[in-house]
Design a protein around this ligand. Structure first.
Ligand code: ARG
Length: 265
C-alpha cells in the first residue's frame, strides 16, 4: 500500500462514519416522532356522563360522597371496554335532557325511561332494565288504591314520567300533584307530612320503603318503557355503546350487575 492509497482509505472511512452517523441521527429522529404519536394515542378520550344521583340503587351518593350504583357500574364497564375515561356529573333529573341537547355531556345514565317523547330530542341505547311505578305512603295513611288518593297531595320528581303520569291520573282520581326537584327531597316531604303520597319508580320506592318503614301499592295503570342510556341526537358514541351493551346482555355481565344491586324486575 503506498501513501496515496492509505490516504484514500482514510477519507473513505471518514465518509462512511459520517454516513453512519447521519443514519443513526435520522433513526433517532424517526423514533422520537413515533414515540410522540404513541403517547398521544395513549392519552385516553373522556366520556362525560351526567346523572341524577338521588335514585338508589341506580345512582346515589355513598357515605364517602362518591356517586355509586347500578348505572354507575354499568357506565364504568362500558367506558373501560371502549377504552375511554369516564367523568361523572350530578345534576337535577330535570336538567339531563337539556344537557344532552346542548352537547354539554356525552351520555346520561339515570334510570331514564326511553319514552317516545324524549326520543324526539335525544337518542336512546337498547334498553337495559325495566321497572314499574309505585305509590308510597307512611304507615298511618290508609291508602291502598287509586280511589283512596281523592283529595290527597301526591308528590313526584320533576321531569320524570311519573310527573306526567300523575298529571293525567290526578284528573280522574281527584288529587293534587306536587312537583319536587330531587327524589330524596320527595321522600323527606313524605316523612315530614308535607305530601301524603310519593309516586315513583317501583324499584327505587321499594328501597325507600324499607329504609324509612313506609308502605305502598303498585300502580295498576302504567306500562312504562324500559330504561336506556341517552345520547345527544346523532351521537357517534351511541353505536359503540350499543354494541358493548348488547355484549353485556348476552354474556351475563348485565345480569351479574343486577344481582349485585339487587334489581328484582
Ligand atoms: N324512570 C323515570 C323516568 O325516566 C324516573 C327516573 C328518575 N331518575 C333519577 N335518577 N332520579 O322518568
Amino acid at each position: 500500500m503506498n501513501k496515496y492509497t492509505m490516504m484514500e482509505a482514510g477519507e473513505g472511512m471518514k465518509k462512511r462514519l459520517y454516513l453512519l452517523m447521519l443514519f443513526i441521527a435520522s433513526i433517532a429522529i424517526l423514533l422520537g416522532c413515533t414515540g410522540d404519536a404513541a403517547e398521544k394515542k395513549e392519552e385516553k378520550q373522556v366520556i362525560k356522563m351526567a346523572t341524577s344521583a338521588d335514585f338508589k340503587p341506580f345512582e346515589f351518593f355513598d357515605e364517602e360522597g362518591n356517586i355509586v350504583g347500578f348505572d354507575i357500574d354499568l357506565a364504568k364497564l362500558i367506558a373501560e371496554e371502549l377504552g375511554y375515561e369516564l367523568e361523572i356529573e350530578d345534576m337535577n333529573f330535570d336538567g339531563l335532557i337539556g344537557a344532552l341537547q346542548a352537547n354539554r355531556v356525552d351520555m346520561v345514565l339515570a334510570g331514564m325511561s326511553a319514552t317516545e317523547e324524549r326520543a324526539q330530542n335525544v337518542d336512546f341505547s337498547v334498553e337495559y332494565h325495566r321497572s314499574g311505578e309505585m305509590f308510597l305512603t307512611t304507615k298511618d295513611e290508609a291508602i291502598g288504591s287509586l280511589e283512596d288518593l281523592q283529595g290527597k297531595i301526591v308528590g313526584v320528581q320533576l321531569g320524570t314520567i311519573q310527573e306526567e303520569g300523575a298529571d293525567t291520573l290526578s284528573e280522574e282520581y281527584g288529587f293534587e300533584v306536587k312537583k319536587i326537584d330531587s327524589a330524596n327531597v320527595l321522600i323527606q316531604e313524605l316523612i315530614t307530612g308535607r305530601i301524603d303520597v310519593a309516586y315513583l319508580d317501583k324499584e327505587v320506592a321499594t328501597g325507600f320503603m324499607e329504609e324509612h318503614d313506609l308502605t305502598g301499592f303498585d300502580d295498576p295503570t302504567t306500562a312504562s318503557p324500559g330504561m336506556a342510556i341517552a345520547f345527544p341526537k346523532g351521537s357517534e358514541l351511541k353505536e359503540k355503546v350499543d354494541q358493548v351493551l348488547q355484549q353485556f346482555i348476552e354474556d351475563g355481565t348485565l345480569d351479574e350487575l343486577k344481582e349485585k344491586w339487587e334489581l328484582t324486575e
